[in-house]
Design a protein around this ligand. Structure first.
Ligand SMILES: [Fe+2]
Ligand SMILES: [Fe+2]
Length: 154
């Protein structure tokens, strides 16, 4: 199907694409905040304020992601699944990933909350950053797959 034809049939794809761009910008900010968490932070309060930035971006992500997934499923994945068995399989896979991504975001929120409450923050930094990196990689891979497989609809 030609991209232009798909766009006429699925005008909502562009909205989803824009949401992906917003999501990527938010991930970039979250990543920068997590990069700021280092064992070399001299003052404990620096560590806490950087963690607060990360928590704020993560909260935005946690608030925005369910709505994005819902809109995407209704406006993009369900219509795309009608096109071919291969696309139907892909869309099913994306929906499954939505569930795990939302759970991963919630788990990372808990991790950051624990971190903020802890008395031993320096010891938790490494694991926390790994958790954040895994989450961001999973989200980026998911969006990249959608942008690639559904490019005709976006
Ligand atoms: Fe998705
Ligand atoms: Fe998406």
């Amino acid at each position: 199907m030609m991209a232009t034809e798909a766009r006429t049939l699925y005008p909502n794809g562009q909205q989803i694409h824009i949401e992906h761009l917003i999501l990527e910008r938010l991930l970039y900010k979250l990543e920068a905040a997590l990069d700021g968490l280092t064992c070399h932070s001299e003052v404990a309060t620096d560590l806490l304020s950087t963690a607060d930035d990360a928590r704020r971006y993560l909260r935005k992500l946690a608030e925005g992601l369910p709505g994005h997934c819902r809109r995407e499923e209704i406006l993009l994945l369900d219509p795309a699944a009608e096109i071919s068995p291969e696309l139907a399989e892909f869309c099913r896979h994306m929906k499954t990933e939505h569930i795990s991504l939302k759970a991963q975001v919630a788990a990372f929120q808990e991790g950051l909350d624990d971190f903020a409450r802890s008395e031993e923050r320096h010891g938790l930094i490494g694991r926390l950053k790994d958790q954040g990196k895994d989450l961001m990689a999973a989200l980026r891979q998911h969006v990249a797959k959608e942008e690639e497989q559904l490019s005709g609809f976006l």
